[in-house]
Design a binder for this molecule. Structure first.
Ligand code: C5P
Length: 218
């Protein structure tokens, strides 16, 4: 694996809809880092599993990941609740995880030259994908706040979706992500805890920026 030297690596783990993606995007823009929403790789596989249930197996999944580009992760189709749920089901499989890891690690350690580094968010980033990150964060918020935020986002694409449906699926996803045997979501000792329940986007950004500035400029 190629590893670029002297790059900044930021690793973030968080449960679903805690605001990590929004924060990671803002941080990446500010510090000129490549942002990788790692959950999207699992979502791409989930989408393909739903579309081609008969064809979907490990070698099919390998081909999809081999062709996957960062810009493919912006596909709006990946955002649905159904795909999020299916992603968390396939993400329990070791064989699927190792395919996705290669994709994630490559971008974390070898971002295109125009970037000063990388910022990845997911569930196992701080201890599995980028264990030597310069900065590690665990971003969370209480489950009702997370469900409210996700409901607002999903409502744009699906007028029929209800808050209670979203709350239920986030709770189920938490259960699966926290309790699975392989690479469960957890806060590592060396990650800084950021609780976004009572913070707006700007306040979250400023809080994290202060921490990063201290680390980078000291
Ligand atoms: O972050 P997002 O909600 O898009 O992730 C979808 C699912 O993918 C998660 O619920 C989780 O099961 C899985 N995932 C993972 N490891 C990551 C990122 C996401 O297992 N690093």
């Amino acid at each position: 694996m190629i590893k670029r030297k002297n790059i900044i690596k930021i690793a973030i783990d968080s449960p679903a809809a805690a605001g990590a993606g929004t924060l990671a995007k803002a941080i990446s823009k500010h510090y000129n880092l490549l942002y990788v929403d790692t959950g999207k790789a699992y979502r791409v596989l989930a989408l393909n599993k739903i579309k081609y249930p008969k064809k979907f197996n490990l070698s099919f999944a390998r081909k999809i990941i081999a062709k996957l580009k960062i810009k493919d992760l912006d596909d709006k189709e990946l955002l649905s609740n159904k795909i999020g749920t299916e992603a968390s089901i396939i993400a329990k499989k070791k064989s699927i995880r190792s395919l996705v890891h290669k994709f994630q690690i490559n971008f974390a350690y070898n971002p295109p030259k125009k970037y000063k580094g990388s910022c990845l968010d997911g569930r196992d980033i701080t201890y599995n994908i980028v264990p030597d990150a310069d900065l590690k964060f665990y971003i969370t918020a209480n489950v009702k706040t997370r469900a409210k935020r996700r409901f607002k986002e999903l409502k744009v694409f699906n007028k029929k979706i209800t808050y209670s449906e979203v709350l239920k699926s986030i709770k189920n996803r938490d259960k699966r992500d926290l309790n699975r045997k392989i690479a469960p979501l957890k806060k590592t000792k060396d990650s800084l805890l950021i609780n976004t329940t009572n913070l707006n986007k700007r306040a979250c950004f400023l809080k994290i920026k202060k921490i990063i500035d201290r680390k980078i400029y000291n």
